[in-house]
Each structure stands twice: as structure tokens, then as C-alpha cells.
Ligand binder design. Structure first.
Ligand SMILES: [Zn+2]
Length: 249
């Protein structure tokens, strides 16, 4: 079962406009509870990624459907009133589509996307559909209050390797100057073809498939009005390094 957008992300929504809730720096400072429900999120896009309140798993949104990967990396039900502390969505409309017919590791794949996007100072939306030689993922798991910091959480996060799978990998490339607002560089989540497995991608090697990209120059950021967000330290020393540790790979 998955949560569908219904009439949420309608065709009247502008394409390739990024909507995000809260900031990466807030998530890093353990602001793990947001106010936005899945129903509301899907009004802003049908493609994207994020996490859930209490950091209860990884989120992928594709074709207006939300899936939640909990600690075993297995998709579970997503009630429409479930909330998110951090998510990024868009109504993705590819500007360029290329066929990949030779294996590319993460570095080569990112270099190809950078070349296609051709502007390091804009956001990019990325979708790869096809075969993977391997994908390494991690999945955060539900936390209890008082919340530990995210670096403490990710030190214990379950990681998985999927070999020879077909599926899709999607997400965003964020410009360097937006570090802290979002995750500078690539942030990608994966979903297996059977729609049952996935998570936050840390490393991969694609074999062959279709790569679609679009540049994003319009942003909307919805900041929480919660006490936790009000009290969060959003520009700590070592922010970039902390984000790389928490989100990187
Ligand atoms: Zn992620």
C-alpha cells in the first residue's frame, strides 16, 4: 500500500520548481518532527525524497506515490496523515534524456549529470531508471525523545547492498552555496523495480538505463513554526562536514 496524491500534484502545478520543508541543518540538529502531512506535501510535487517524523525511515516520492523504507529497507504503508520534518519534492519534467549503455560508477554518473545540467549554481532534478550492478543504501530508524543528534543516529544506521537490481534512483543536486539549507551535491534515493526495497543511496554503479535531468531555478521553502525549530542551532561550526557525514557517501 502506498499513499497516492489523488488530485494533489495536479497538472496546474509548475514543473521543475523545488518545494522543501524545513532545512538540512535543522534535521542535523535533531528537529525530527515537522508539521507537514503527506497529503500536503503531495500538493507541491509528485517526485522527491525526504524522511518522516521521528526520523522513521527514508522517503521516496515517485509518480505521486510516497513510500517509506524503515530500518530493514522494506517499503511499508504510508498513512496520509503521517508528517515529515524534511522533504524535497517537485513536479519533475525532464529537460534532457540520455541512454546509458555502459557501466558508470557514482563519480562518472555525477560527472555526466553535471555536464548535462551545465550550471553548478542551479539545483538539478535527476532520475535514472534501469539496471544497477550494485547500490549501497542506508535507512534511518525511528527515534525516541529526547532525540539524539543525527550524527549519533547515522553512526548506528543499518546499511544494505543490493546487487544486480533494476529500479529507479531519483533525487536532487544542490548547489554548494545552499549547504545547510539542503544537502550540497547529490542526494539520491533508490526504489527497486518490485517497489519493495529502497533507501538513501550512499554508493552505486549503474549498468544501463535511462537518465533524465532537469534544471531547477525556482524554490519554495516552508519553515516550521515549532518550538524545536525556534531553538535549533542552524549555523553550527563544522556544518558542512557534519552534513557530509550524515548524508554523504
Ligand atoms: Zn536521503
Amino acid at each position: 500500500m502506498t499513499q497516492r496524491s489523488g488530485k494533489g500534484a495536479s497538472s496546474s502545478l509548475p514543473t521543475n520548481r523545488l518545494f522543501q520543508t524545513s532545512t538540512m541543518a535543522a534535521l542535523l540538529d535533531a528537529v525530527y518532527d515537522g508539521e507537514m502531512t503527506m497529503d500536503e506535501l503531495l500538493k507541491h510535487g509528485d517526485f522527491g525524497l525526504g524522511t518522516f517524523n521521528a526520523l522513521d525511515g527514508e522517503m521516496i516520492v515517485t509518480d505521486g506515490e510516497v513510500r517509506q523504507f524503515r530500518s530493514q529497507g522494506i517499503a511499508s504503508d504510508v498513512p496520509s496523515d503521517l508528517k515529515t520534518p524534511f522533504a524535497c519534492v517537485t513536479r519533475f519534467e525532464p529537460e534532457q534524456t540520455v541512454t546509458i549503455d555502459e557501466p558508470l560508477d557514482k563519480e562518472a554518473f555525477e560527472a555526466l549529470v553535471n555536464k548535462l545540467l551545465d550550471n553548478p549554481n542551479l539545483f538539478g532534478a535527476v532520475r535514472f531508471t534501469g539496471e544497477f550492478e550494485k547500490v549501497d543504501t542506508r535507512t534511518v530508524f525511528c527515534q525516541c525523545r529526547p532525540y539524539p543528534g543525527m550524527l549519533e543516529v547515522v553512526a548506528k544506521q543499518p546499511t544494505f547492498t543490493m546487487n544486480n537490481i533494476t529500479g529507479l534512483m531519483l533525487g536532487f543536486r544542490t548547489p554548494k552555496y545552499m549547504q545547510g539549507i539542503n544537502v550540497a551535491g547529490y542526494h539520491l534515493h533508490v526504489l527497486s523495480d518490485d517497489r519493495k526495497h529502497g533507501g538513501h543511496v550512499t554508493d552505486y554503479r549503474v549498468k544501463r538505463g535511462k537518465l533524465e535531468v532537469a534544471r531547477i531555478s525556482d524554490l519554495e521553502i516552508s519553515l516550521p513554526r515549532t518550538k524545536e525549530f525556534a531553538e535549533a542551532e542552524l549555523l553550527p561550526a563544522g556544518l558542512s562536514e557534519a552534513i557530509r557525514t550524515a548524508e554523504g557517501g
